[in-house]
Design a protein around this ligand. Sequence first.
Ligand SMILES: NC(=O)C1=CN([C@@H]2O[C@H](COP(=O)(O)OP(=O)(O)OC[C@H]3O[C@@H](n4cnc5c(N)ncnc54)[C@H](O)[C@@H]3O)[C@@H](O)[C@H]2O)C=CC1
Ligand SMILES: O=C(O)CCC(=O)C(=O)O
Length: 444
Amino acid sequence: MSYVDQVIEEVIAKNPAEPEFHQAVREVLESLRVVVEANEEQYKKDALLERLVNPERQFKFRVPWVDDNGQVHVNTGYRVQFNSAIGPYKGGLRLHPSVNLGIIKFLGFEQIFKNSLTGLPIGGGKGGSDFDPKGKSDREIMAFCQSFMTELCKYIGADTDVPAGDIGTGAREIGYMFGQYKRIRGLYEGVLTGKGLSYGGSLVRTEATGYGLLYLTDEMLKCNGKSLEGATVVVSGAGNVAIYATEKAQQLGAKVVTCSDSTGWIYDKDGIDVALLKEVKEVKRARLTEYAAARPSAEYHEGKGVWTIPCDVALPCATQNELDLDDAKTLVANGCFAVAEGANMPTTMEATEYLQENGVLFAPGKAANAGGVATSALEMSQNSERLSWTFEEVDSKLKNIMVNIFHNLDDAAKRYGMEGNYVAGANIAGFEKVVDAMNAQGIV
Ligand SMILES: NC(=O)C1=CN([C@@H]2O[C@H](COP(=O)(O)OP(=O)(O)OC[C@H]3O[C@@H](n4cnc5c(N)ncnc54)[C@H](O)[C@@H]3O)[C@@H](O)[C@H]2O)C=CC1
Ligand SMILES: O=C(O)CCC(=O)C(=O)O
């Protein structure tokens, strides 16, 4: 059995009931096969892959909090510190009822390679809780965040592990967590990113993941003789990534006609009204039915369905495994020529393979959505030098980073004879830097 197959088998045996983690490991290791085979003897002797797929450390803890009626609830908190070869652990905190250890491990594993691709000194980590922020009052959110940070603050710090937002964790939650960290540790430091501008946040962090997705997509299209100008784009999700992806796509001349949330989706033939979407989702925290009620050109549908709308470019920006093989077949049949992942692992492996086999340009999340964490690293730099950069300064750095990421993965794919396979290119380019640092630091 090959070394790669052996490690995949071990991961499945040692981490049962963690299908998302298995999927992430399989996707990465399968595309590293060619690199591993070229160095198999040494990697095996050093147990390099085993060290890569086992987190350096993981925490699981109780999070008790009191609701507005005096009822006590207990959620589970997680932080997985996966790999610190190239910098302090860095990665978001997901608050969603579906969260479990396997989901946090899949996200933390992906984060290692993504963070490496940014070219910035950040290692991989991820955390979160099965707490559901939906329908909670601000006081309940604060109670949860304070309790969560009361435990988490023992394991994080500006130079050790720097969490940020993810699904369900936005500026409000980061603010409550930052306040509690400062109160307990007595440190005013850049321990979290995605902070508000009045207390150490960076301009562009809010927009960064969505804008970065479009900067990379734009570069990928240009290098393949295509353009966003006049293109019809379908987006899934209606959260942070989806909103700013829609905004930038429209600024680049595309027409975005869909968005979705966990209960339904919108088809807006005149193009999504971003100001209205922000009002509904960011200010009112309401359902998409409110968007449809205020917009005559929009249709609201229950359930899942954005991939049925004919498009040139598809941008999945909601959650993992939201675009499956049937969806991929529909996209291809409707003439879609590019898919770029705003979310983490939104496309199943079968769907990814189908899209690639049918000539669809495919940008994987660990490259395409790296603009968020890259801008978080820029926030860390600003915090360290106690300065704030202008919007234009941060935005231009973000754009350069995304364009460089695309060329790095394009080059890596070409070096290994897989031209145009950006999944392999991203995994190889991300892996090379991490492995170099791991080798230099000895067996740790
Ligand atoms: N916020 C960030 O900077 C980054 C986020 N990501 C990824 O992007 C994706 C979206 O994250 P955000 O926009 O930050 O979160 P968010 O909480 O702002 O929005 C998430 C959106 O996805 C929808 N959604 C969540 N779970 C769903 C489900 N099970 N079925 C259907 N829709 C669902 C929600 O209704 C919401 O519209 C996630 O995969 C996240 O890991 C990746 C890189 C950075
Ligand atoms: O900005 C960060 O540190 C977190 C970003 C993140 O969680 C992600 O890239 O998935």
